[in-house]
Design a protein. Structure first.
Lengths: 362, 362
């Protein structure tokens, strides 16, 4: 283990996340359940059916299906819409999860061709959609756009894109991996946002902090088809309860904390932006997340942060990515951890970071 | 709930299985682990890597990959072999899991055409393989052939098929969902049997009694490709530890009990075959499993069994399937439950079953 990671692990406080991804996350969930409770069985049974109904209601859709992963749920959603329209084309952002994190599953398994909309460094706008020259079955919007720090279009743009898609017969799918996290910014309910979309996927191990798992919602005809595809993908497991129970448990604990995380993300981004050579993207967060860009090479940042971790007991990040032109960046997602840090200690740590960057970074 | 199922649930003893599929199965696993233990992370980390090495060694192959399901693992194995050979054809039994339980995932996702070998009511023989008129990339053998009661070819046939495939450049894949269960009959180690195959899948929720999960083994080039496909399928979850830890825990507990289960299966099949109007398939089991065929309609069998459950406290089966010509059948897989039944009580129950069938069944 590097000195940097070791120093991070030993800090008393962490800026980001809901805590270590350890087995305690599952143990705590199960402490609330009687051992006699029967498992779900290939998508049937109390545990899975009740959670699906709960989330369908929360998201304001007719029906919901629990999936082991969002990768599986979203490829399936796009496949269903493509089959329905008889067009094997969809559109999404160039930095969509499907394009950069799934080993081209959509192309290799479903033979669906994506059309990449917008530039890499901004979100999809109405004009991008109106400018489409080819027929597509489905447009996928990711809210917030994670790979550019979690940016969002304004709500009017969403409404306009939704209306345009409805008019043109294009299905609109929401990659809502971080849907709960954007509700405070839009000041909308989840159901109000989902109303603009034909199908929606949400995740339970981002802001919610569960172990793994996803829900896909839409009308019943859509979700019934998704169950067939779930079996084809090998996702219709005999038991999914470890993921369902933890999703449910942490959903109840954290879904109403998203406003707190959002406020804290803005506060924390403020601290960062006051430091020499640091800017956040977006400069004012619109969810619980943002990216930190430091105008210094990775090795220098690593040295500086390691010293700060050891001196202050506050862990800023567990990893660093090399950016362009000798810069360094990382992602921050606020969870339960941030609120536990004493304000004075936090200010001191940022003061130290500012000073060290001034000393070390030209 | 039907009276039949209710009566079954209330019996003190069950003939089949390792006990109820309830949450206690996971709770017991986790009691042996410190909450501080870190999760696996997208296929990396101590928990997943150590179990993969353990199973690769046990199965005598270079490398192993943990999958959430066998459905996913096997489609991927066949896809890799098809891509390698440039032939989109495989051969397997007409009652293979891929053919009847996976909603045609192999065809719909991978566009692989299966050639069905042998008749439905017998296992694949060397002559079936030698008689193949088309080029195939891979032959899949399921040992034991579950849908016909868990039948096996003799070991010489296996060796001959393996040698033939090697000669013809056909990859040989083992559907070893119940591989551990057949070792006592063949009197071979798992590694000795796997030696005959290029790739092998094993399951952890049949005889082993875990929650879910599968291992796929082969050479490193094969397993590395399988990891890419696992991500494409949506099976490369951020955390698979609930399945890995339970697979490991119950593997250690039960893998050496397979001989006991096998002996008990033969004993239990003997009891059944002494009853009026009942025969088992196979008549002498070759693993821990067999099918029970009763020459009476489902409703009559249900009535008879419900009475026996209530009178004797022994549950024979939790479900019944309608067979052809007014017959009824169900599957039995021996696990930990069988050994707990007092012999006298068991004999009485079978005596009662015999009498009731004589009375009721012409």
């Amino acid at each position: 283990m590097s000195k940097f990671i070791e120093a991070y692990k030993q800090t008393e406080y962490k800026l980001a996340g809901n805590g270590t991804r350890n087995i305690q996350v599952l143990k705590e969930t199960l402490e609330n359940w009687d051992g006699e409770q029967e498992s779900d069985l290939y998508g049937k049974g109390k545990i899975i059916e009740e959670f699906q109904i709960k989330l369908a209601n929360y998201l304001g859709k007719e029906s919901a299906v629990f999936f082991p992963s969002g990768t599986m749920a979203q490829q399936i959603a796009l496949r269903i819409w493509c089959d329905e329209k008889g067009i094997k084309k969809v559109a999404y952002h160039p930095l969509s999860h499907l394009e950069i994190h799934e080993e081209d599953g959509l192309k290799e398994l479903h033979h669906i061709e994506p059309i990449l909309l917008a530039d890499k460094d901004r979100v999809i706008d109405l004009e991008d959609v109106m400018g489409l020259k080819e027929d597509i079955a489905c447009l996928l919007l990711e809210l917030p756009q994670r790979e550019i720090g979690g940016q969002l279009p304004d709500y009017q743009t969403l409404e306009a894109i939704s209306a345009h898609c409805k008019e043109k017969g294009i299905q609109l799918h929401l990659d809502g991996a971080r849907l709960f996290e954007i509700l405070p910014y839009y000041e909308k309910s989840a159901a109000e946002i989902c109303e603009l979309f034909d199908s929606v996927y949400v995740s339970f191990y981002k802001g919610i902090g569960g172990i793994a798992g996803a829900i896909l919602v839409g009308n019943i005809s859509f979700t019934e088809k998704s169950k067939v595809w779930k079996r084809r993908h090998g996702g219709d497991l005999i038991s999914l309860y470890p993921y369902i129970l933890s999703s449910d448990y942490y959903f109840d604990q954290r879904v109403d904390k998203m406003n707190q995380y959002y406020i804290e993300a803005k506060e924390l981004a403020g601290y960062y932006n006051q430091c020499h050579g640091i800017s956040t993207l977006p400069s004012v967060p619109v969810s619980n997340m943002f990216h930190v860009h430091i105008h210094a090479p990775k090795e220098e940042v690593e040295t500086v942060l390691t010293e700060i971790y050891l001196q202050t007991g506050i862990g800023f990040t567990s990893y660093l990515r090399e950016g362009t032109n000798g810069t360094t960046n990382y992602e921050v997602s606020i969870g339960d951890m941030y609120g536990q840090i004493p304000t004075e200690q936090l200010r001191k740590a940022f003061h130290l970071l500012d000073e060290k960057l001034k000393e070390n970074v030209k």
